[in-house]
Design a protein around this ligand. Sequence first.
Ligand SMILES: NC(=O)c1ccc[n+]([C@@H]2O[C@H](COP(=O)([O-])OP(=O)(O)OC[C@H]3O[C@@H](n4cnc5c(N)ncnc54)[C@H](OP(=O)(O)O)[C@@H]3O)[C@@H](O)[C@H]2O)c1
Length: 326
Amino acid sequence: MKAILLEKYGRPKEVLELKEIPIPNLKENEVLIKIYTTTVNDYDWSMVRGKPYLHRLLFGLSKPKNPIVGMELAGVVEGIGAKVSKLKVGDAVFGDISNFGFGTFAEYIGIHEDAVLVKPDELSFEIAAAIPHASLLALQALRGIAKIKKGQKVLINGGGGGVGTIGLQIAKLSNCEVTGVDSDEKLGMMKSLGYDQVIDYKKTDFTKTGEQYDLILDCKSTKSPFSYLRALMPTGIYVTIGGNPSSLISVLFWGMIFTLFSSKKLKILGLKPNEGLDEIAQLIIQNKISPEIDGPYTLENTADLIQYFGEGKHKGKIVIKVSGRS
Ligand SMILES: NC(=O)c1ccc[n+]([C@@H]2O[C@H](COP(=O)([O-])OP(=O)(O)OC[C@H]3O[C@@H](n4cnc5c(N)ncnc54)[C@H](OP(=O)(O)O)[C@@H]3O)[C@@H](O)[C@H]2O)c1
């Protein structure tokens, strides 16, 4: 099978190589999935470069533990291990496999059957691969932690990325007024997607405009917790899903302290892979939300696409068509 191999850390174009390797042998709880579509995520950008260095504690100190990266897929089961009970050959499946391993930049993967769910027929393979990670970060942050309410004033920082573009649509289902913050090139696309206001983060610091929000969803925390408190209404909640490690540590620390004497809340989301995926799939099937897709591209483009992701040039989710139907 064709796969994109990573043998050492470095710049994507210098360390990723398309190679022919054997199709994996299955363990007893694993299924062999022919991958139709996959996507590029923040993890891939970190795992290929081994940066931030903290990630090497998880992904390999001197060289990558995972020779093939990639964590989201949609495809079809072509083989099953002796103890597989929930899936059968021919099932179309999708999911975020990161709780069980990595390796979706390849034509096939052998992975624990619990890593994926059966794909509803109404979802295309392109859409199915694009939703598990980003949509669930948005759903678990907005509905799970922040308990978003009708008509709230919401701000999404990093609003033009994979999480922000779905987060906007989830917030609009609750008739919220939504401001999106991102770089200048994405503001036009964000306006056309439905943001009520947009802010260029390179020109304006949203925590210093005097505006306050009921809910802030942050995809790229870079500021001090005190800045975020300033931008919250008296009972507002700030939820971050990721960003600068020092900013995240301060949010965690000060968030615990502030709950003791303030009605404003600062929270960090720890993603539970695939939890809520059925709910997201139904919202898409009912045409209530729709992921923003950048692509589809081909497996041969993977190194360039990870670089493109890292430079923040993508709009929504980058989808790679590996084989099979759309
Ligand atoms: N909590 C968890 O369990 C968990 C698990 C996995 C991943 N994550 C996190 O989830 C996030 C991924 O979000 P995503 O898929 O939406 O990423 P994305 O598609 O890369 O979108 C992020 C957006 O933020 C913009 N941006 C960059 N710096 C910014 C700043 N200082 N202020 C405002 N906007 C900024 C980027 O634009 P430009 O680059 O053009 O500036 C980009 O449009 C990452 O932070 C990742 O670490 C969290």
